[in-house]
Design a protein around this ligand. Structure first.
Ligand SMILES: [Zn+2]
Length: 94
C-alpha cells in the first residue's frame, strides 16, 4: 500500500471503520513509514480533542479542514526559498 492510499484511509483507520485486512496493512505501513506515522499521530491528537467536544460541529467539515491542513503542510516545502529572497531588501545609501 502506498502513502497516498494510507493518507486517504487514515481517518477511517482512526475511526476504526476499516476491515481487519486494511487495518493491518495500514499498521504495517505506519511501522515502516515515518511520515505517515507522524500524520497518524497528529490526526489521533486532533480526533482525541474533537471527541471531547460534544457533537457541536459537523465531523465532515472538520475532516475537510484536516485534509486541507495536510495538503498545506505538504506544499510548505516550496515556500522557504521565496521567503528568504524577499527578506533581502536593498539598503538605500545616499
Ligand atoms: Zn507512508
Amino acid at each position: 500500500m502506498g502513502c497516498k492510499m494510507v493518507k486517504d484511509l487514515l481517518t477511517d483507520y482512526i475511526d476504526e471503520e476499516l476491515n481487519q485486512e486494511l487495518r493491518s496493512e495500514i499498521t504495517r505501513h505506519l511501522d515502516s513509514c515515518s511520515s505517515c506515522r507522524e500524520l497518524n499521530e497528529s490526526l489521533n491528537l486532533l480526533t482525541g480533542q474533537f471527541r471531547q467536544i460534544p457533537r457541536a460541529e459537523a465531523p465532515g467539515r472538520i475532516w475537510g479542514q484536516i485534509r486541507e491542513a495536510i495538503t498545506t503542510k505538504e506544499k510548505k516545502h516550496f515556500l522557504p526559498t521565496g521567503l528568504v529572497e524577499k527578506k533581502k531588501k536593498p539598503t538605500g545609501k545616499r
